[in-house]
Write a protein that binds this ligand. Structure first.
Ligand code: SF4
Ligand code: SF4
Length: 260
């Protein structure tokens, strides 16, 4: 059975396709504050159609920010669904606190059917070792939600790691050994990329289908894929001088740590 990428464990989850990152300030602090405010307000909201519509209107009035991509809806009903506020998710879901098993998602912009049946391309495209390493290393919702569904970033990153060591990756060897630190550093480029400048954008790419790579062993194409993904995540418009060498350096350190 496939791992549930949307909510793999109690430490992290993804709500990218609910529009979480489709805002002008997608930094962790800003999103945490927004999700917490919605969650607290929702806790005091009756589960009646009138009250839930009032909740939605209140959130719309508070969050006047224009979406980065107007074609993707920023759902007002995304909040934290655990008491520790580690996992963003759907406040209207039947299993969410206070809903008594009733599915309220019909009230959202997309409607219940779309929310129930949507799976981003990562569900199909990520290999078991890729999923395993990402899930094993990441335990923060903000970074997890930026990484797990970005196929250009994840698939090219893992292709480069495999090419650099000349073999398929052993998930236990990556996770338990010194290579884990280097891979973690590379995954964290989605929030700490040195060329991001003062950008507050953390655009999600869950809807981007990865173009099939004509030659999976083409290192230059994979590095370009990673740089393009990071450029669009942060809205970078200037050339990223030295970025290719920066990626190569991390790959060298990975190979040294993993061992050939
Ligand atoms: S973007 Fe993908 S992994 Fe994230 S919540 Fe949506 S379907 Fe799940
Ligand atoms: S109602 Fe749909 S779009 Fe909104 S948070 Fe729930 S699953 Fe996401």
């Amino acid at each position: 059975m496939k791992v549930n990428l949307c909510c793999p464990d109690s430490r992290k989850s993804c709500a990218a396709c609910c529009g979480l990152y489709n805002v002008s300030d997608g930094t962790r602090d800003a999103l945490h504050e927004k999700l917490s405010r919605r969650t607290s307000l929702f806790q005091g909201t009756a589960r009646s159609v009138e009250a839930l519509i009032r909740f939605q209107s209140t959130i719309r009035a508070i969050e006047i920010d224009s979406p980065l991509d107007p074609s993707i809806y920023v759902c007002e009903f995304t909040g934290f669904v655990d008491k520790d506020r580690f996992t963003p998710g759907c406040l209207l879901h039947p299993t969410a606190a206070g809903n008594g098993g009733i599915d309220l998602r019909g009230l959202c912009h997309y409607g219940s059917m779309a929310c129930t049946s949507f799976y981003c391309p990562a569900w199909e495209e990520l290999w078991a070792e890729e999923r395993g390493v990402v899930l094993g290393l990441l335990d923060d919702w903000h970074l997890y939600g930026l990484v797990i569904n970005d196929l250009d970033f994840v698939k090219s990153l893992f292709a480069l790691l495999r090419l650099r060591v000349g073999s398929p990756l052993s998930e236990p060897r990556v996770l338990a050994g010194p290579a884990a630190e280097v891979v973690m550093e590379m995954l964290a480029w989605k929030v700490s990329w040195p060329w991001k400048g003062d950008s507050l954008i953390r655009a999600s790419r869950y809807y981007c289908k990865r173009a099939p790579c004509a030659d999976e062993s083409n290192v230059a194409a994979h590095i370009s894929g990673i740089l393009a993904a990071l450029g669009s995540t942060f809205g970078i418009e200037t050339p990223m001088d030295g970025a290719q060498e920066f990626v190569e350096d991390a790959l060298d350190r990975f190979a040294g740590a993993y061992g050939k």
